[in-house]
Design a binder for this molecule. Structure first.
Ligand SMILES: [Zn+2]
Length: 505
């Protein structure tokens, strides 16, 4: 500890070369002064040259204790704070009652709150938790069953798998998915609606017990149950109700329109998979004469409360429909890599002002790997062809996996950034690792170099939910053991129709 001098004193200017005594602060301060620090990184990013905090606690985590996050009020003083405008130093954050109550200069907040013992997060980044805009929490027992399968695996894998769930296994599946999401740095997940023949209460119980924020959907393709579901979770601190039509072809046009209106009225999102697979686009053309997204627009169901999943196969005209209607989509790059027919043109959508978040689609719940996949998929699918070597840099992907994902879920006022009034949904990330050393552009480094092993703490609504990857207040390994017993039973019952890929053709 003690990189900073007096309590409340901002850390030394990271750009000032103190006669070769560059410390960890300097090593990680380069993002503000990229040009200046180029070539200085070799002066000891590990910090030992300056006899700094890193020398006392080489892995950065040693000085921190989970107990420091207990209680309803905390004054957090991170080494770096990721604000909407970018990473900054010398700031502090006051958390009270599960929300960020003040964000400002550390010196000022320390002086104003002398009653609080500050929680110093030397060598750490405080950043918003990731927001998964598209998940299927009751598919977690089958995630490794989807490899090597042709598109539209919902018909061969997901539907049979979810139909084989009962109350207990649906609950365990959801809780397992929630734990995995927290470990990957997600503080919010949007469940797109389960097909399991159980009350969604089983899913809610799993996410509540794990402590993750959840946009909980109910599939209402038959046109019933929507209002009751929206009212049931009204006012819940961590569960935000939503309605779903799995794919437009599942429901009559008037049901889709009525559901969209219900969502608009309630301030909830309508989740619907759109334009994901070529087969479904072509079925839609044959049955209603329009592509799925055009069909939603034609029905009057495309608006700011619509969240379309995937949207990988969009015509330019459909992109304009999205931009004009204010509807959002989830960009799910890992789903494209594993079983898609295309990659959503996210950089184009960003340039056109289309709202979008980023989703895992239940593939793997690792926020940093999702960022990496998001950037990589754009570069390979579109950037190379256009000579775009930047493809959004780091900022675009960080924003779309946090604040803009929250916005896509209708939670823009609730979570997704470190700002006064927002829920205290945040991560404490270790910066003193070789992967981020030396550091010149922290945002891009988080996209390309960071990993979930760096996440020291995950906090949701002001409550510590994970410490170094595991829950501090419930038995995570016991849940994993239970899922390891139960999952294969469900898979066996489901009778999945996998296409077994030839190993040695
Ligand atoms: Zn999906």
């Amino acid at each position: 500890m003690g990189q900073q001098g007096l309590p409340g004193e901002p850390p030394q200017d990271p750009g000032t070369p103190p006669g070769g005594q560059q410390d960890t602060a300097a090593a990680h301060g380069g993002f503000r002064r990229r040009g200046f620090l180029v070539g200085m990184g070799a002066t000891g990013a590990s910090g030992f040259l300056g006899g700094t905090a890193a020398a006392d606690a080489p892995h950065g985590k040693g000085a921190l204790r989970p107990e420091r996050f207990h209680g309803t009020r905390q004054l957090l003083v991170p080494e770096v704070l990721l604000l909407p405008e970018g990473p900054v130093r010398g700031r502090a954050v006051l958390v009270d009652g599960g929300r960020f109550r003040a964000v400002g200069p550390a010196r000022q907040l320390l002086a104003q709150h002398r009653d609080l013992q500050p929680v110093r997060l030397d060598g750490h980044l405080l950043m918003p938790g990731f927001v998964d805009a598209h998940h299927h929490l009751t598919q977690s027992f089958g995630k490794a069953q989807s490899f090597g399968q042709p598109s539209e695996i919902f018909k061969t894998i997901w539907e049979p798998l979810e139909h084989a769930l009962d109350e207990e296994s649906a609950y365990v599946s959801a809780k397992l998915a929630a734990l995995e999401a927290l470990r990957g740095g997600f503080t919010t997940v949007a469940d797109a609606g389960t097909r399991a023949p159980v009350d969604v209460r089983a899913v809610a119980r799993g996410t509540e017990e794990a402590g993750i924020r959840c946009v909980l959907s109910k599939i209402v393709s038959k046109g019933t149950g929507g209002p009751a579901h929206l009212a049931r979770w009204d006012g819940h601190p961590l569960i935000h109700p939503s309605l779903a039509i799995a794919v437009p072809e599942d429901a009559p046009g008037k049901v889709i329109k009525r559901t969209a209106d219900l969502c608009a009225e309630a301030g909830a999102v309508l989740q619907v998979h759109v334009n994901e697979h070529l087969a479904s686009v072509e079925r839609s053309l044959k049955s209603v004469g329009r592509r799925p997204l055009e069909h939603l627009h034609h029905l009057g169901a495309l608006g700011p409360h619509t969240l379309g999943a995937h949207a990988t196969l969009l015509t330019p005209a459909e992109m304009r429909l999205l931009a004009g209607s204010g509807a959002a989509i989830s960009y799910n790059p890992v789903a494209s890599a594993w079983k898609g027919n295309g990659v959503a043109h996210a950089t184009m959508l960003a340039a056109m002002g289309v709202r979008f978040g980023m989703g895992t689609d239940g593939t793997r719940a690792d926020g940093f790997r999702l960022l990496d996949a998001g950037e990589t998929a754009q570069r390979l699918a579109y950037g190379m062809a256009a000579g775009d070597s930047v493809c959004g840099a780091g900022r675009l992907w960080l924003e779309h996996a946090t604040a803009r994902s929250a916005d896509a879920l209708g939670l823009g006022r609730v979570t997704g950034e470190i700002a006064v009034g927002k829920a205290a949904d945040y991560l404490v990330v270790d910066l003193n690792v070789p992967e981020l050393t030396p550091s010149y552009d922290l945002e891009w480094e988080l996209v390309r170099l960071a990993g979930r092993d760096q996440i020291t703490a995950v906090v949701v609504n002001g409550k510590l939910r994970l410490w170094q990857g595991w829950p501090p207040d419930w038995d995570g390994p016991a849940l994993v053991a239970r899922a390891a017993r139960l999952g294969p039973e469900v898979v066996r019952r489901a009778g999945l129709q996998r296409v077994e890929p030839a190993q040695n053709p």
